[in-house]
Design a protein around this ligand. Structure first.
Ligand SMILES: [Zn+2]
Ligand SMILES: [Zn+2]
Length: 251
């Protein structure tokens, strides 16, 4: 199996200092959990910004903040990718989890695209006005999904996590349309176990209906999450779907 979404301690949300690329390489060599490969996909925002700026999220509405930190971030990303490359034979795959800014750019320099095999487009934060209506929340989410779909990402990271946590039940037509769009652009839909979402089962059924590509990601922030797909297999059981009915993104 391949864990298509993991973090190292480079991400501010991954508090374990031992979770380095070296650790992942050792983990894969020891064949724990029967895992063959892992995509290291740290946050663009954690690579490009110091923690206090990253967590303020103001770069989303003010993309010029990215330009201020770009050269420093480029150096950090180059060093990080160099490290991951050393462990390619162990099964480490270079990836990045990208947040998108309001001008449509993701938080990284596109010249690194050639060195990164897996681009994961994810929504973690969206700027909303005070007391937004559900429709305003949905509209802002769609505007951001349009930006992700306009970029050559490989995977849609935890597709409905943000939306579900802001509006509750995600309408089936939104799930269906997102999966259809991903399928038409050969973008994989990610099943992510870091947070369990009610939309995962309908998303699974839509993936089957549209024959969309999928990935399984632990979104590991702690060691025990790496390569642990019990949640994913539980979803398949609940939906009475065989893993053989899924088409995985080849990595
Ligand atoms: Zn994420
Ligand atoms: Zn993540």
């Amino acid at each position: 199996m391949i864990d298509a979404h993991t973090h190292t301690n480079l991400s501010y949300c991954c508090p374990d200092p031992e979770m380095t690329p070296e650790f992942y390489a050792d983990f894969l060599r020891s064949n724990s959990e029967g895992l063959q490969k892992a995509v290291i996909a740290d946050h663009g925002m954690a690579i490009y910004f110091p923690a206090e700026i990253a967590w303020k999220w103001s770069y989303i509405s003010h993309p010029s903040i990215f330009d201020e930190w770009k050269s420093q971030g480029d150096e950090k990303l180059a060093a990080h990718l160099e490290k991951i490359k050393r462990f390619a034979a162990d099964g480490l795959i270079p990836g990045i989890e990208l947040e998108f800014m309001n001008d449509g750019r993701p938080v990284f320099s596109p010249e690194f695209k050639k060195d990164i095999k897996v681009l994961i487009g994810s929504i973690h934060f969206l700027a909303l006005p005070d007391n937004p209506s559900p429709q305003m929340i949905i509209d802002e989410w769609i505007r951001n999904m349009d930006m992700i779909f306009s970029y050559p990402v490989n995977i849609l990271g935890h597709p409905f996590r943000w939306l579900e946590s802001h509006i509750g039940t995600v309408p089936l037509e939104i799930i269906s349309e997102t999966v259809r769009r991903a399928k038409s652009q050969n973008i994989a839909i990610e099943f992510n176990s870091h947070f369990k979402m009610n939309s995962d089962i309908p998303m699974l059924k839509e993936v089957i209906r549209h024959k969309a590509l999928v990935t399984f990601g632990s979104d590991a922030h702690v060691k025990s999450e790496i390569g642990n797909f019990s949640y994913h297999f539980g979803l398949l059981d609940k939906a009475k779907i065989s893993i053989n009915d899924l088409t995985f993104l080849s990595l």
